[in-house]
Design a protein around this ligand. Structure first.
Ligand code: ADP
Length: 302
């Protein structure tokens, strides 16, 4: 009953603004907060908060923020023994602007995250890890090494192909469950607009399918998530809440899904639980600090 996450670890600097700036425009920030972030770290925190043993592999810089972020992760119950500290390299950072409308803009500088190597992955043991969870903020070569090892060990390989990158598609054949949002789906399926209705989402998702036994999950914001397989496609409706900050919603969804699948839940129920966890997360600011724990999710689902 364990989740192994390979992914990014960032220092998120979140500034609130009334309205997002246009190119060339300067706007006054209303507030600034520093958070633990990065898709890998966020998803690991979301999984650990669901009460499932979670290991994170990644890299931070040999700077103060790197050590601080590792300590924060450990505080959330994430096992960080596989997070290396690289001297002379900056820790990854994300500069996030959140408008009153809850819309956001984000710039990510990878720093140490770009230095995760296949050798680092090959040197660890993934014996007994039931679910492997990756995103595309660490090099695809490292993910490939992990997924090939996982395949030999019978682990469930989940790829959140975010952000949408050309090298991501090469990993799809090694993936058991692929998770994308509507924007990423449109990019990978080469559509000129985002699919909305279940029918168009399932047609687009099947374009990404490289094996008949694959599952593709498309997150649909407040509408919830679509589950697409070769022979079926169904919608798991989102939970109605008032969104305050949607940064990290997808990460919360992925981490909670991995944890509930590792705990043995069936897919439809796991997606329902992930929708609930993500809906709770959008009601709070920040990414990692907004991830709900298992008790909160269970209470919300009652
Ligand atoms: P991303 O964060 O990658 O853009 P989405 O916007 O699709 O991804 O959100 C991921 C998940 O978070 C959704 O599938 C849903 O479960 C939940 N979610 C996102 N926004 C809302 C919202 N406004 N209300 C309720 N749930 C939401």
């Amino acid at each position: 009953m364990t989740v192994f996450v390979l992914g990014s670890i960032n220092l998120d600097a979140v500034a609130r603004v009334d309205d997002l700036p246009r190119p060339g425009e300067t706007v006054a920030g209303l507030s600034l907060e520093l958070f633990l972030g990065g898709k890998g770290a966020n998803q690991a925190v979301a999984a650990a908060r669901m009460g499932v043993a979670t290991r994170l592999m990644g890299a931070v810089g040999g700077d103060d923020s790197g050590a601080g972020l590792k300590a924060k992760l450990a505080g959330y119950g994430v096992q960080v023994g596989d997070v290396v500290e690289l001297p002379g390299v900056p820790t990854g950072q994300a500069h996030v602007w959140v408008a009153n409308s809850a819309e956001n803009m984000i710039v990510v500088t990878a720093g140490a995250n770009a230095m995760v190597t296949p050798q680092q992955v090959a040197a660890t043991t993934i014996e007994g890890q039931r679910v492997l969870l990756c995103q595309l903020e660490t090099p695809a070569t490292a993910i490939e090494t992990l997924f090939r090892a996982g395949s030999a060990k019978g682990a469930l390989r989940i790829l959140n192909a975010a952000p949408a990158l050309p090298q991501g598609a090469a990993l799809f054949p090694l993936t058991d469950i692929l998770i994308v949002n509507q924007t990423e789906l449109a990019t990978y399926a080469k559509l000129d607009r985002e699919p909305v209705k279940l029918e168009e989402v399932s047609v687009a998702a099947r374009k990404l399918m490289s094996r008949p036994d694959q599952t593709i999950i498309v997150t649909l914001g407040a509408a919830g998530a679509a589950v697409v397989r070769r022979d079926e496609a169904f919608l798991v409706e989102g939970k109605k809440v008032k969104a305050v900050d949607t940064v990290g919603a997808g990460d919360c969804f992925c981490g909670a899904l991995a944890a509930t699948l590792a705990a043995g839940m069936d897919l439809a129920e796991a997606v329902e639980t992930a929708n609930a966890a993500a809906a709770l997360s959008v009601q709070k600011a920040g990414a990692a600090p907004s991830m709900p724990n298992r008790r909160e999710v269970e209470a919300f689902l009652e």
